[in-house]
Design a protein around this ligand. Structure first.
Ligand SMILES: [Fe+2]
Length: 367
């Protein structure tokens, strides 16, 4: 869309777009969103204009269109000037409440057979130009990606992770190497026990966005990994169990992590939705669920709803099962995919870590 004309009105600047639709931007909004060097720092792009300390006089002298630089310039009666780009005006032509980014629900999978383009790539492909973008797209589309042909050493895995962004620090450290023979494990993940489908970090306010796992050494039997599309379960429940969807998207469930000197707790709905009722995040960890009690009727409805989600997550036909092998690096969207592991016997050494959600979204935004 380009701008056909502008018409100053009492309440703001009315812009008529070339498709004949129009948007009226309030005068105070134009002052607040001005992109002149004085108003918006040219390097940091941080707002310098302050429209709050003193109430600006929004009487105008004139408003003009600079077709060469694609800007709208407003000359105010107090001799100051604001400038807003066509790009910004067009991007906000329709007002809407800012809402959290929804997961891509056009690519849900109810079994691994439903995955259209299997998210697997070679290490060389990942390291090539455009490889990182392809890797990100796989995760966005399917909730996970496998990179094969990597060196089965910790340094190479860390390097792979850092190609996306720095590795996040957590209660478990930053990038880590661990095995299943720890004397005093901090988490079931560091044992040989089976682990039900879950997401990590239900006990932190900002759960890890992505998780990477790489098996470095293996002399074991069992220990298959499973991934389940939590978003697909949520979307199925939205249609088939709307009352349960409502319960799981509105009741805050506490998660906790308690160890010597540490007591972490956070609460959020299993299915977090934005203002448009789109699914933003799945948080499900029955192992880490903290005690809580609702009114008896609501508690019993909650148990019914949680049971449906739990049983769908544990339905083998929904799970993609595979063995983590040295040389294949798994990364999954911890806000969407549930991960699980069968019990194992023998020895296994793994490495990996987390990425923050905003760093994942940042890279996607820049593709
Ligand atoms: Fe986990």
């Amino acid at each position: 869309m380009s701008i056909q004309s502008i018409n100053p009105q009492n309440d703001g600047l009315n812009i008529v777009w070339n498709d004949r639709s129009s948007s009226c931007f309030p005068w105070l909004w134009i002052r607040d969103h001005s992109e002149t060097e004085q108003d918006l720092h040219p390097d940091s792009l941080q707002r310098q204009i302050d429209v709050f300390s003193e109430t600006p006089d929004n009487a105008i002298n004139k408003a003009i269109i600079d077709q060469n630089k694609k800007n709208v310039i407003v000359k105010w009666a107090d001799s100051s000037e604001s400038c807003v780009s066509f790009e910004l005006l067009e991007s906000l032509a329709s007002p809407s409440s800012p809402s959290a980014k929804a997961l891509a629900n056009d690519s849900c999978w109810n079994s691994s057979h439903e995955i259209k383009e299997f998210p697997e790539m070679s290490y060389d492909e990942f390291m090539d130009d455009g490889g990182l973008n392809k890797w990100l797209k796989h995760i966005q589309r399917n909730g996970f990606v496998l990179v094969s042909g990597a060196l089965a050493v910790a340094d190479a895995t860390q390097e792979l992770m850092e190609r996306m962004a720095y590795v996040r620090s957590s209660i478990f450290g930053s990038f880590s190497v661990w095995d299943n023979h720890l004397d005093n494990p901090d988490d079931t993940a560091f044992t040989s026990l089976a682990i039900e489908p879950h997401t990590d970090g239900t006990y932190v306010h900002d759960a890890p966005g992505l998780q990477t796992l790489h098996c470095l050494q293996k002399d074991s039997v069992g220990g298959e990994s499973q991934l389940v599309d939590g978003l697909a379960i949520a979307e199925k429940m939205r249609v088939e169990y709307p009352d349960y969807f409502k319960i799981l998207s509105s009741i805050n469930i506490p998660g906790r992590y308690i160890k010597d000197g540490i007591y972490l707790e956070a609460k959020r709905p299993l299915i977090r939705v934005n203002e448009k009722n789109e699914v933003v995040q799945i948080s499900f960890n029955n192992h880490d669920r903290a005690p809580f009690r609702l009114d008896n009727d609501l508690m019993s409805q909650f148990y019914e709803a949680y049971k449906v989600f739990h049983n769908l997550a544990n339905d083998k036909s929904r799970q993609f099962q595979f063995m983590l092998e040295p040389g294949t690096v798994l990364t999954f969207d911890n806000w969407r995919a549930l991960h699980a592991r069968s019990a194992l016997t023998g020895y296994r050494q793994l490495c990996g870590g987390y990425h923050n959600r905003e760093d994942f979204e940042s890279k996607l935004r820049l593709i």
